[in-house]
Design a protein around this ligand. Structure first.
Ligand SMILES: NC(=O)c1ccc[n+]([C@@H]2O[C@H](COP(=O)([O-])OP(=O)(O)OC[C@H]3O[C@@H](n4cnc5c(N)ncnc54)[C@H](OP(=O)(O)O)[C@@H]3O)[C@@H](O)[C@H]2O)c1
Length: 281
């Protein structure tokens, strides 16, 4: 299959490139291919004539998006519009990687794929606007929502908490932000299977199970040799940050699991694999 990947140097992009290496790939990254500039992205995609474009590039710093909502909208919404137009002209299907932050976290139960979206911060709004461009401009698309992405050797919640534990010798982590981590190698496997199906639609592809940020940290710190570091449970109102996260925002994988038999392993298995790979590196 001919596949174009945006954001190929990112956490997920790196694993997509590894997982899809047997296909014909067009790798699109900055500065050569900036998704905010139509002239830099549209001709490149159209010229390659891909069957599928996996759009993973984004402004992913959630607090950065809160400080600079215009750039969040430019990259995540209008950048996605550009990629969708490129797909239209190339006759390609699009995989848009989206987020649990399109929801407000007040449902009181895990979110289904078709639940009403109501973002509460600039990152969530910009990704939601990206979803709207995809669903209005294209007929053949997969919107794939994920949460708390992590990959070995990259900067993410796991690596940041481990670094803080080493630096400070003690931690405070929130108990009231709850979701499901998504491990990039497992997600890349699931996406490789999804694009073979041609079964377009909206999917939730996080690892199975859910946890609070606190439970997540308590689980992985011992695997990092940091089980002795005390972790104080706090609530999000005790942790000031520019962006307000949706608090109880678990994504339920209903469609991919029931229709296609695609499910990621439990997040604890993902964390174990993460630390095995770090040790082996
Ligand atoms: N990280 C999470 O916890 C999380 C959670 C939910 C959903 N997601 C979604 O999952 C996807 C992948 O996330 P990730 O963590 O792999 O992202 P990442 O590591 O931050 O990588 C994003 C990539 O996008 C590129 N990029 C940013 N702006 C661009 C532009 N204007 N033109 C072209 N490329 C641009 C970046 O390029 P540079 O290397 O030059 O910066 C980087 O390579 C994103 O769509 C994100 O919204 C992520």
């Amino acid at each position: 299959m001919r596949i174009a990947i945006t954001g190929y140097r990112g956490q997920l992009g790196e694993w997509l490139v590894r997982r899809l290496e047997d296909h014909e790939l067009l790798l699109l990254g900055r500065p050569e291919h900036d998704i905010t500039r139509p002239e830099s992205i549209v001709p490149a995609v159209v010229g390659f004539r891909p069957e599928v474009v996996i759009h993973s590039a984004a402004f992913t710093n959630v607090d950065g998006c809160a400080r600079d909502p215009d750039t969040a909208y430019l990259v995540n919404a209008l950048g996605t519009q550009n990629v969708a137009v490129a797909c239209q002209r190339a006759g390609a299907a699009l995989v848009y990687i989206s987020t649990n932050e399109v929801f407000d976290g007040t449902k009181g139960a895990p979110y289904l794929e078709q639940d009403e979206r109501h973002p509460i911060n600039p990152y969530g709004w910009s990704k939601y606007a990206g979803e709207r461009f995809v669903e209005t401009l294209l007929e053949r698309y997969y919107i794939v929502r994920i949460a708390w992405l992590f990959a070995p050797g990259r900067t993410n919640f796991v690596s940041k908490i481990c670094a803080l534990a080493r630096e400070r010798g003690r931690l405070a982590v929130v108990t009231d932000e709850v979701s499901s981590p998504t491990y990039a190698p497992h997600l890349a496997d699931a996406l490789a299977r999804l694009i073979e199906t041609g079964h377009y639609g909206v999917y939730h592809l996080t690892n199975e199970g859910s946890c609070s940020r606190y439970e997540f940290a308590r689980y992985f710190l011992p695997l990092a040799g940091l089980g002795h570091v005390p972790v104080e449970p706090i609530t999000s109102d005790q942790f000031q940050r520019p962006s307000k996260p949706p608090l109880h925002c678990i994504l339920r994988n209903f469609a991919a699991a029931h229709l296609l038999g695609i499910q990621l392993p439990h997040w604890e298995e993902a964390v174990q694999d993460y630390f095995r790979r770090l040790e082996g590196a």
